[in-house]
Design a protein around this ligand. Structure first.
Ligand code: ATP
Length: 237
Protein backbone atom coordinates (compact mmCIF):
# COMPACT_ATOMS: atom_id res chain seq x y z
CA UNK A 1 0.00 0.00 0.00
CA UNK A 2 1.41 3.40 -0.88
CA UNK A 3 1.99 5.96 1.87
CA UNK A 4 -0.44 8.81 2.55
CA UNK A 5 2.45 11.25 2.24
CA UNK A 6 5.63 10.46 0.32
CA UNK A 7 8.47 12.94 0.34
CA UNK A 8 10.84 12.11 -2.50
CA UNK A 9 14.29 13.67 -2.95
CA UNK A 10 13.06 17.00 -1.62
CA UNK A 11 15.43 19.92 -2.12
CA UNK A 12 14.84 23.37 -0.67
CA UNK A 13 16.87 26.57 -0.33
CA UNK A 14 16.19 29.97 1.18
CA UNK A 15 17.63 33.12 -0.32
CA UNK A 16 18.52 34.30 -3.79
CA UNK A 17 21.08 33.10 -6.33
CA UNK A 18 23.81 35.26 -4.74
CA UNK A 19 23.17 34.15 -1.19
CA UNK A 20 21.67 30.73 -0.94
CA UNK A 21 21.05 28.69 2.18
CA UNK A 22 20.47 25.11 1.08
CA UNK A 23 18.34 23.53 3.79
CA UNK A 24 17.15 20.23 2.27
CA UNK A 25 19.11 18.23 -0.26
CA UNK A 26 17.36 14.99 -1.14
CA UNK A 27 15.04 14.51 1.83
CA UNK A 28 12.96 11.30 1.83
CA UNK A 29 10.12 10.41 4.15
CA UNK A 30 6.99 8.25 4.18
CA UNK A 31 3.99 8.83 6.41
CA UNK A 32 1.19 6.25 6.54
CA UNK A 33 -2.49 7.08 6.95
CA UNK A 34 -3.45 7.18 10.63
CA UNK A 35 0.03 7.83 12.00
CA UNK A 36 0.66 10.27 14.87
CA UNK A 37 4.13 11.62 14.16
CA UNK A 38 6.43 13.83 16.20
CA UNK A 39 9.00 15.95 14.38
CA UNK A 40 11.87 17.02 16.61
CA UNK A 41 15.26 18.66 16.18
CA UNK A 42 17.24 21.68 17.30
CA UNK A 43 16.18 25.20 16.42
CA UNK A 44 16.90 25.87 12.75
CA UNK A 45 16.95 22.19 11.75
CA UNK A 46 14.11 22.69 9.27
CA UNK A 47 11.01 21.42 11.08
CA UNK A 48 8.79 24.41 10.24
CA UNK A 49 10.02 24.51 6.67
CA UNK A 50 9.17 20.83 6.17
CA UNK A 51 5.71 21.31 7.70
CA UNK A 52 5.13 24.37 5.52
CA UNK A 53 6.02 22.36 2.42
CA UNK A 54 3.74 19.47 3.46
CA UNK A 55 0.97 21.98 4.24
CA UNK A 56 1.29 23.72 0.85
CA UNK A 57 2.33 26.98 2.50
CA UNK A 58 5.82 26.84 0.98
CA UNK A 59 6.28 25.67 -2.59
CA UNK A 60 8.22 22.62 -3.69
CA UNK A 61 11.48 23.61 -5.39
CA UNK A 62 13.13 20.23 -6.10
CA UNK A 63 11.90 16.68 -5.77
CA UNK A 64 8.28 16.02 -4.98
CA UNK A 65 5.72 15.36 -2.28
CA UNK A 66 2.93 12.91 -3.08
CA UNK A 67 -0.29 13.12 -1.14
CA UNK A 68 -2.40 9.97 -1.60
CA UNK A 69 -0.29 9.28 -4.66
CA UNK A 70 -0.90 12.69 -6.20
CA UNK A 71 2.10 14.85 -7.07
CA UNK A 72 1.93 18.22 -5.29
CA UNK A 73 4.74 19.56 -7.45
CA UNK A 74 2.64 19.28 -10.58
CA UNK A 75 -0.71 20.17 -8.96
CA UNK A 76 -2.42 23.31 -10.31
CA UNK A 77 -3.03 26.31 -8.02
CA UNK A 78 -6.75 25.44 -8.00
CA UNK A 79 -6.01 21.90 -6.92
CA UNK A 80 -3.62 23.10 -4.19
CA UNK A 81 -6.27 25.50 -2.91
CA UNK A 82 -8.75 22.65 -2.80
CA UNK A 83 -6.32 20.51 -0.78
CA UNK A 84 -5.54 23.42 1.59
CA UNK A 85 -9.26 23.90 2.17
CA UNK A 86 -10.37 20.30 2.43
CA UNK A 87 -7.57 17.87 3.10
CA UNK A 88 -4.97 19.66 5.22
CA UNK A 89 -5.48 21.34 8.59
CA UNK A 90 -2.82 23.58 10.14
CA UNK A 91 -2.31 24.62 13.78
CA UNK A 92 0.26 27.22 14.81
CA UNK A 93 2.02 28.09 18.07
CA UNK A 94 0.17 31.42 18.37
CA UNK A 95 -3.32 30.12 17.46
CA UNK A 96 -4.11 32.64 14.64
CA UNK A 97 -7.65 33.21 15.92
CA UNK A 98 -9.61 36.38 15.16
CA UNK A 99 -10.23 38.26 18.41
CA UNK A 100 -13.18 40.22 17.04
CA UNK A 101 -15.12 37.01 16.35
CA UNK A 102 -16.63 34.62 18.89
CA UNK A 103 -15.29 31.11 19.29
CA UNK A 104 -18.16 29.77 17.21
CA UNK A 105 -17.70 32.36 14.47
CA UNK A 106 -13.97 31.62 14.25
CA UNK A 107 -14.71 27.95 13.59
CA UNK A 108 -17.85 28.49 11.49
CA UNK A 109 -16.00 30.85 9.15
CA UNK A 110 -13.62 28.05 8.18
CA UNK A 111 -16.47 25.58 7.72
CA UNK A 112 -18.27 28.06 5.46
CA UNK A 113 -15.18 28.32 3.22
CA UNK A 114 -15.97 24.78 2.17
CA UNK A 115 -19.17 25.85 0.50
CA UNK A 116 -21.52 24.80 3.29
CA UNK A 117 -24.60 26.97 3.84
CA UNK A 118 -24.88 28.90 7.12
CA UNK A 119 -26.83 26.24 8.98
CA UNK A 120 -24.55 23.40 7.89
CA UNK A 121 -21.44 25.42 8.67
CA UNK A 122 -22.79 26.24 12.14
CA UNK A 123 -23.58 22.59 12.84
CA UNK A 124 -20.16 21.51 11.60
CA UNK A 125 -18.51 24.14 13.83
CA UNK A 126 -20.54 23.15 16.90
CA UNK A 127 -19.62 19.50 16.39
CA UNK A 128 -15.92 20.37 16.03
CA UNK A 129 -16.07 22.46 19.22
CA UNK A 130 -17.73 19.57 21.05
CA UNK A 131 -15.00 17.20 19.88
CA UNK A 132 -12.32 19.37 21.49
CA UNK A 133 -14.36 20.00 24.65
CA UNK A 134 -14.94 23.70 23.93
CA UNK A 135 -18.66 23.73 23.16
CA UNK A 136 -19.62 25.50 26.37
CA UNK A 137 -17.38 28.46 25.48
CA UNK A 138 -18.84 29.02 22.02
CA UNK A 139 -20.09 32.57 22.70
CA UNK A 140 -16.80 33.84 24.14
CA UNK A 141 -14.15 35.81 22.31
CA UNK A 142 -10.66 34.25 22.11
CA UNK A 143 -9.18 36.87 24.49
CA UNK A 144 -11.52 35.58 27.22
CA UNK A 145 -9.93 32.12 27.06
CA UNK A 146 -6.74 30.59 28.41
CA UNK A 147 -3.93 29.71 26.00
CA UNK A 148 -4.81 26.02 26.08
CA UNK A 149 -8.47 26.77 25.39
CA UNK A 150 -7.50 29.00 22.48
CA UNK A 151 -5.37 26.25 21.02
CA UNK A 152 -8.31 23.84 21.31
CA UNK A 153 -10.46 26.33 19.39
CA UNK A 154 -7.72 26.48 16.74
CA UNK A 155 -7.82 22.68 16.58
CA UNK A 156 -11.63 22.79 16.20
CA UNK A 157 -11.22 25.29 13.39
CA UNK A 158 -8.85 22.96 11.56
CA UNK A 159 -11.15 20.03 12.34
CA UNK A 160 -14.21 21.75 10.89
CA UNK A 161 -12.68 21.09 7.47
CA UNK A 162 -12.66 17.35 8.27
CA UNK A 163 -9.01 17.17 7.21
CA UNK A 164 -7.22 13.90 6.58
CA UNK A 165 -3.95 15.39 7.78
CA UNK A 166 -3.46 17.77 10.69
CA UNK A 167 -0.14 19.60 10.78
CA UNK A 168 0.78 21.27 14.07
CA UNK A 169 3.82 23.55 14.39
CA UNK A 170 4.85 23.88 18.06
CA UNK A 171 1.22 23.69 19.30
CA UNK A 172 2.25 23.62 22.98
CA UNK A 173 5.16 26.07 22.88
CA UNK A 174 3.28 29.01 24.35
CA UNK A 175 1.34 26.94 26.89
CA UNK A 176 1.97 25.85 30.45
CA UNK A 177 2.42 22.13 31.09
CA UNK A 178 -1.21 21.42 32.04
CA UNK A 179 -2.62 23.22 29.00
CA UNK A 180 -0.05 21.53 26.78
CA UNK A 181 -1.19 18.16 28.12
CA UNK A 182 -4.83 18.93 27.33
CA UNK A 183 -3.89 19.99 23.79
CA UNK A 184 -1.87 16.79 23.24
CA UNK A 185 -4.73 14.69 24.65
CA UNK A 186 -7.08 16.42 22.24
CA UNK A 187 -4.79 15.59 19.33
CA UNK A 188 -4.52 11.97 20.48
CA UNK A 189 -8.31 11.71 20.61
CA UNK A 190 -8.60 13.04 17.04
CA UNK A 191 -5.98 10.55 15.88
CA UNK A 192 -7.49 7.55 17.66
CA UNK A 193 -11.21 8.27 17.37
CA UNK A 194 -11.37 9.97 13.98
CA UNK A 195 -8.30 8.48 12.31
CA UNK A 196 -6.79 11.88 11.47
CA UNK A 197 -3.11 11.60 10.52
CA UNK A 198 -1.21 14.06 12.73
CA UNK A 199 2.27 15.53 12.38
CA UNK A 200 3.48 17.65 15.32
CA UNK A 201 6.75 19.59 15.32
CA UNK A 202 7.94 20.40 18.81
CA UNK A 203 10.84 21.18 21.12
CA UNK A 204 8.68 20.08 23.98
CA UNK A 205 9.33 16.62 25.45
CA UNK A 206 5.64 16.54 26.34
CA UNK A 207 4.93 15.12 22.88
CA UNK A 208 7.06 12.00 23.48
CA UNK A 209 4.38 10.17 25.41
CA UNK A 210 1.69 10.89 22.79
CA UNK A 211 3.22 10.34 19.35
CA UNK A 212 3.65 6.86 17.84
CA UNK A 213 6.82 7.73 15.93
CA UNK A 214 9.39 10.48 16.28
CA UNK A 215 11.30 11.80 13.29
CA UNK A 216 14.44 13.66 14.29
CA UNK A 217 16.07 16.29 12.07
CA UNK A 218 19.45 17.95 12.33
CA UNK A 219 20.58 20.62 9.84
CA UNK A 220 17.92 19.72 7.29
CA UNK A 221 18.70 15.99 7.42
CA UNK A 222 16.46 13.32 8.92
CA UNK A 223 18.84 11.47 11.22
CA UNK A 224 16.19 9.19 12.72
CA UNK A 225 12.92 8.12 11.10
CA UNK A 226 11.77 6.60 14.40
CA UNK A 227 10.71 3.12 15.44
CA UNK A 228 12.21 -0.18 14.38
CA UNK A 229 9.02 -1.13 12.55
CA UNK A 230 9.66 1.76 10.20
CA UNK A 231 13.21 0.71 9.42
CA UNK A 232 12.27 -0.16 5.85
CA UNK A 233 11.44 3.49 5.27
CA UNK A 234 14.82 4.79 6.33
CA UNK A 235 16.62 6.07 3.28
CA UNK A 236 20.18 7.27 3.06
CA UNK A 237 19.92 11.05 3.11
N1 ATP B 1 12.10 33.01 5.38
C1 ATP B 1 13.35 32.59 5.57
N2 ATP B 1 14.38 33.17 4.91
C2 ATP B 1 15.64 32.73 5.08
N3 ATP B 1 15.98 31.72 5.87
C3 ATP B 1 15.01 31.11 6.57
C4 ATP B 1 13.64 31.50 6.45
N4 ATP B 1 12.88 30.70 7.23
C5 ATP B 1 13.74 29.84 7.83
N5 ATP B 1 15.01 30.08 7.43
C6 ATP B 1 16.21 29.35 7.84
O1 ATP B 1 16.04 27.97 7.53
C7 ATP B 1 16.51 27.15 8.60
C8 ATP B 1 15.38 26.24 9.07
O2 ATP B 1 14.37 27.04 9.67
P1 ATP B 1 13.05 26.40 10.27
O3 ATP B 1 12.22 27.50 10.81
O4 ATP B 1 12.44 25.48 9.27
O5 ATP B 1 13.66 25.50 11.45
P2 ATP B 1 12.95 24.92 12.75
O6 ATP B 1 13.59 23.59 13.00
O7 ATP B 1 11.48 24.94 12.59
O8 ATP B 1 13.40 25.95 13.86
P3 ATP B 1 12.62 26.38 15.22
O9 ATP B 1 12.56 25.13 16.04
O10 ATP B 1 13.51 27.43 15.80
O11 ATP B 1 11.28 26.88 14.82
C9 ATP B 1 17.06 28.10 9.65
O12 ATP B 1 18.45 28.20 9.47
C10 ATP B 1 16.38 29.41 9.36
O13 ATP B 1 17.19 30.49 9.73
Amino acid sequence: MSALIEVNALGFSYGSRDFKHELFDGLNLNIQAGEFIGLTGPSGSGKSTLLNILGLIESIQHGDVRLMGESLKSASEDRKNYLRLNTLGFIFQDFHLMNTLTVLENVQFFASLQGLDERQARLRALLALRRVGMLKHYRKKPFELSGGQRQRVAIARALAKRPQVLIADEPTASLDQDSGTVVMETLRYLNEALGVTIIVASHDSIIDSYVQRTIHMVDGVIVDHGGAHHAAEVFAT
